[in-house]
Design a protein around this ligand. Structure first.
Ligand code: CA
Length: 646
């Protein structure tokens, strides 16, 4: 097959009709025996090799799958091969590709060999009773990398747990094991977030599982889509361990009150030396008209989600994670590379199976560059948000950039760090950029955030724009104040609030913008800093607790934008707004003022009994029941949230 013709062939309806199948694919074992089935419609020959171990040694046995219907190859044996490892030698156009099984559920060291696994035996005790915590009206999402969580020795984790799934199962850890200052799960519980979004936990390629400490990576380099990453397990050699330990982790997070979101990277693979490529060369990947890999991901290749078997693969994989690991939703990396048909199908399948909106789906509504999808494909980018399932959400770069400045330039500023706040833009942020102001149908679609793993942390951005000495490890009161103001604005935006773990304690990566392969020390959560900046943590804690009581911000309906009664420029670089807060709350009307200037701004209150809920120093003022007279003052560089009593 001429490689430049594969694009046309694989995009064609004829190919889809001839080879699309819904037959189960992968390996399946039980008392009745074991079945292997691979989809390889362009192969001339397929050989299956069985190994007793996940790495090293020669095959113990060779099997010869036969060609079945719709381009599938299968073989069966009466033996239960649970615990065996395998790979394929697939011949296409005379070339032999040695590959693992893209449909496999576990694997050996570094994902080179697939594993036949009876998943039942990986279930921890009580797994059938595991349940996510009850749904909450507000969803506050905290983004976390498994290793970052427990790498810092000061965090007081068991040395054998550091960097692993296991660290997320333990309560009772404290800073320097002093018994006083909670770290880990206890810290998270105190913070009040409802959802943990984990950076990639599927098997990725950039960290050698044999020597995980030798490298660090975020993990946006998928190798086995349906297998947990081995470097987060206590034994990457035995494929059942990573599966069981991930389940343990999910159960522990659920038990401690958190729902778990998985970051999925179906838009590209680590490289083309992967099973999806080797089993059906080029089918799962978009090509340019010259036959080169499309590169809209900026990572060397783009997965062709619009092709029917590729769409099946992604849909099945996502549903598998939810079902087998009890996960609660997905964050789609570069969702702007996926076709919207697939995203709609996924949301629909999840809604039908688990109830509408029970499982979250949101992603990045952009891509790194143009992609070469089949002509006529509609991609799930910002422009699509008005047309896709209104339960699919997207990260909002408009609020992010308005508050703290663009991610493209370190000296670019926003409301809180030298820019100018304007009532008109503030109003759009507050109402979640719902149409006609933006691309969202409802605030539900709006992931409102200031920082995530990409780009500078909020703290580092503040240092770049406000601290001439560039002292990243410092705790300058001026910066802490700007951080509080920024957070207050974000938590007053309709949408689903999201933040990078550690944003709440001024997390720094020493000014590094893209730390995807920086050291563990650069990336880790610095638990000492979390303690030192505990007042900032408390400010976030108060905002989260307050947010849960404010329907004006938490309302996800299409009508939520009508809650904005007015916005007003109150003084140079100081803007405010009033919102209708009817619903389950003691306060009928809210008044918010964000004073980004250096001078105090007097605020005249409309008639009624007003209460101070939050100011620049404390976000727990609402606990103090402080009545206000007809006037109050928004202090320089501070937020003010006031509530009118019912
Ligand atoms: Ca791996």
């Amino acid at each position: 097959m001429d490689i430049t013709h594969t694009k046309e062939l694989f995009d064609s309806k004829e190919f889809e009709v001839a080879y699309h199948t819904d037959l189960p694919l992968g390996s399946f074992c039980g008392r009745e025996g074991t079945l292997f089935r691979l989809w390889a419609p362009t192969a001339q020959n397929v050989v299956l090799r069985l190994y007793p171990a996940g790495h090293g040694g020669q095959p113990k046995e060779i099997l010869h799958p036969v060609k079945g219907e719709k381009g599938t190859w299968h073989c069966e044996t009466a033996r239960n091969l649970d615990g065996w490892y395998y790979d394929y030698a697939v011949t296409v156009d005379g070339r032999v590709y040695e590959t693992n099984d893209p449909w496999a559920k576990s694997c050996g060291l570094n994902g080179k060999r697939s594993m036949v696994l009876d998943l039942k035996r990986t279930d921890p005790p009580g797994w059938e009773l595991d349940k996510a915590p009850a749904p909450t009206e507000e969803q506050v999402i905290w983004e976390l990398h498994v290793r970052d969580f427990s790498w810092d020795a000061a965090g007081g984790f068991e040395p054998a747990d550091r960097g692993l799934f296991r660290a997320l199962t333990k309560t009772g850890t404290t800073l320097y094991r002093n018994g006083k200052h909670p770290t880990g799960l206890d810290y998270m519980k105190r913070l009040g977030v409802t959802h943990v979004q984990l950076l990639p936990i599927y098997d990725y390629g950039s960290v050698d599982e044999k020597h995980p400490e030798a490298a660090y990576n975020w993990g946006y380099d998928p190798v086995n889509y349906n297998v947990p990453e081995g470097s987060y397990s206590s034994d990457p050699y035995r494929g059942e361990v990573r599966v069981r330990e991930l389940k343990d982790m999910v159960a522990a997070l659920h038990k401690n009150g958190f729902r778990v979101i998985m970051d999925v990277v179906y838009n590209h693979t680590y490289n083309l030396e992967c099973s999806l490529f080797k089993t059906v060369p080029w089918y799962f990947f978009r090509q340019t008209s010259q036959g080169k890999p499309s590169n809209g991901s900026g990572c060397g290749n783009d997965v062709a989600s619009e092709r029917s078997m590729c769409g099946r693969y992604i849909l099945e994989s996502a549903l598998y994670w939810i079902e087998e690991y009890h996960l609660d939703g997905f964050r789609f990396d570069l969702m702007g590379l996926m076709d919207d048909g697939l995203m709609n199908k996924l949301q629909k399948a999840l809604d039908e199976k688990y109830g509408p909106g029970e499982k979250l789906v949101y992603g990045e509504p952009w891509r790194a560059a143009d992609t070469h999808a089949r002509p006529g494909t509609r991609l799930c980018d910002k422009e699509s948000l008005l047309h896709i399932d209104s339960k699919i959400g997207a990260f909002n770069d408009d609020t992010r950039d308005a508050v703290k400045g663009s991610v493209m330039r370190e000296d670019s500023v926003g409301f809180v760090n030298g820019g100018t706040i304007r009532a008109e833009v503030l109003g759009k942020c507050l109402t979640g950029w719902v149409a006609p102001n933006g691309a969202n149908q409802t605030p539900y679609q709006n992931i409102t955030y200031l920082s995530c793993h990409d780009d500078w942390t909020l703290w580092d951005k503040l240092v770049y724009t406000m601290d001439p000495s560039k002292h990243f490890l410092g705790s300058d009161p001026k910066l802490l104040k700007a951080n509080r103001l920024a957070a207050a604005i974000n938590f007053c935006c309709q949408g689903r609030p999201f933040f990078l773990s550690g944003e709440e304690f001024g997390r720094t990566k020493g000014g590094i913008k893209n730390s995807y392969c920086s050291s563990s020390e650069v990336n880790q959560l610095d638990w000492t800093r979390a303690w030192e900046n505990r007042e900032l943590v408390d400010y976030y804690r108060g905002l989260i607790a307050l947010r849960k009581q404010l329907p004006a911000f938490a309302d996800k309906s299409a009508e939520a934008r009508n809650r904005l009664l007015f916005t007003k420029d109150l003084a140079p670089n100081c803007a405010g707004a009033a919102l209708d807060n009817h619903g389950n709350s003691p306060w009928k009307i809210l008044l918010v003022v964000f004073n980004c200037s250096d001078t105090p701004c007097p605020v005249n209150l409309p008639e009624g009994k007003w209460q101070l809920l939050c100011d620049g120093d404390s976000s727990f003022r609402w606990q103090q029941h402080i009545p206000l007279e007809s006037r109050c003052t928004a202090q320089p560089g501070s937020a003010l949230i006031l509530g009118k009593m019912n």
